[in-house]
Design a protein around this ligand. Structure first.
Ligand SMILES: C[S@@+](CC[C@H](N)C(=O)[O-])C[C@H]1O[C@@H](n2cnc3c(N)ncnc32)[C@H](O)[C@@H]1O
Length: 349
């Protein structure tokens, strides 16, 4: 029996889907650029969308139908007198793709698409010469992290990371009595802000490069938390980031340190005895289905010589620097790709 008779997919369908995803990505990019999801916070036919955005009516209808197939739009069952469906933003689009929502992450999504495509354009060169084409200076890296803290990391922390962090720490028996927090490489600070709002005794530090820490400081002040949280700037690979912490949160940071073991030793030393580290980083699985969720996003970092550990490697590293009572959770949802969350304790003595 052929594939078409059984309804099963052809074995090549996943690879055709990869090429087709590029059309969906452009459709979503254009919809964001046209601010379609805010416009469709109430139901409208394609002709009204076309009129408000000065677009071709029929092609607008085709675009909206594609967005509907992507479950970003809903459409009302009955067509109107002109035979058109009226479209409106789905719950997902309303929450994450309408700029009026606090969880909006449309700019972050467009940034990710741009940088993935830019990386795609450099992949040949990286493969041939191992170089991306141009050297990046330390100051441009620092200002890139600052820009990231203002836009993409900010939006992704508010939409996803902060909630994931909160639900993870709420499961830790130590969290309720924790008083001192360090969010190491915390960027714009929304993780620390979420943890501080979940435990009113908690005070602490968002530590990041000075340019990114300045963004965290603004956010902490905007939230009125400056009595409990401060933002400190420095280079975590060589500067002091304090000590006596009950809880250290460290997510998607260790890819950027030159000496993993040395950094883990310094993190352990910064905990008070009995303190807890929550470490959330993508790792490379030996199972294709799990690896496929992580590898595309991290290929760019890996080709630029950054560290992405293999499954279990970070666990072993934590163990070998003396963390105890380790817990591990794999494929935890995180922006762009899932991470492995490792929880380790500094022994009491
Ligand atoms: C991928 S972001 C992760 C941000 C945040 N932890 C999260 O999960 O949303 C990496 C962060 O590490 C910070 N970072 C990178 N190198 C650093 C260094 N040497 N010292 C301090 N922070 C650094 C960056 O500025 C950035 O905020």
């Amino acid at each position: 029996m052929s594939a078409s008779q059984t309804g099963a997919c052809h074995v090549l369908q996943p690879y055709w889907d990869v090429a087709l995803a590029s059309v969906q990505a452009d459709a979503l990019r254009i919809a964001l650029e046209l601010d379609v999801f805010r416009l469709l916070s109430k139901p409208l036919p394609a002709s009204a969308v076309a009129q408000q955005r000065s677009l071709h009516v029929d092609n607008t209808a085709h675009l909206l139908e594609l967005l509907w197939s992507m479950q970003l739009l809903e459409r009302q069952d009955c067509r109107d007198a002109t035979g058109q469906w009226r479209y409106y933003a789905s719950n997902i689009a309303a929450q994450y793709l309408n700029p009026d929502s606090v969880s909006y992450c449309g700019d972050a999504w467009r940034f990710r698409l741009r940088s993935l495509r830019q990386f795609g354009g450099q992949m040949d060169e990286l493969l041939r010469s191992g170089q991306p084409g141009r050297e990046v200076s330390e100051s441009s890296t620092a200002s890139a992290w600052q820009a990231a803290a203002r836009v993409q990391i900010c939006q992704e922390q508010r939409a996803a990371t902060a909630g994931a962090a909160k639900s993870l720490v709420l499961r830790l028996p130590e969290f309720a009595r924790a008083e001192r927090l360090l969010d190491l490489g915390g960027g714009p600070g929304w993780v620390a802000i979420a943890l501080a709002s979940a435990n009113k005794r908690l005070r602490g530090v968002v530590y990041d490069l000075p340019q990114a820490a300045a963004v965290a400081r603004e956010n902490i002040e905007r939230e009125g938390l400056e009595q409990r949280l401060k933002a400190e700037g420095g280079d975590l690979t060589c500067d002091d980031f304090g000590e006596g912490y009950d809880l250290i949160w460290c997510s998607s940071v260790l890819h950027f340190v030159p000496d993993l073991m040395e950094t883990l030793r310094r993190i352990k030393a910064a905990l008070r005895p009995g303190g807890v580290l929550v470490c959330a980083h993508a790792e490379l699985s030996d199972t294709p289905s799990a690896a496929r969720k992580v590898m595309p996003y991290y290929l760019s970092l890996r080709m630029r010589g950054r560290l992405v550990t293999r499954d279990g490697e970070l666990y072993q590293a934590l163990q070998s620097v003396g963390f105890s009572e380790l817990d591990s959770h794999s494929l935890v949802p995180f922006p762009m790709a899932p991470v492995t969350v490792l929880v380790g304790r500094r022994k009491m003595t």
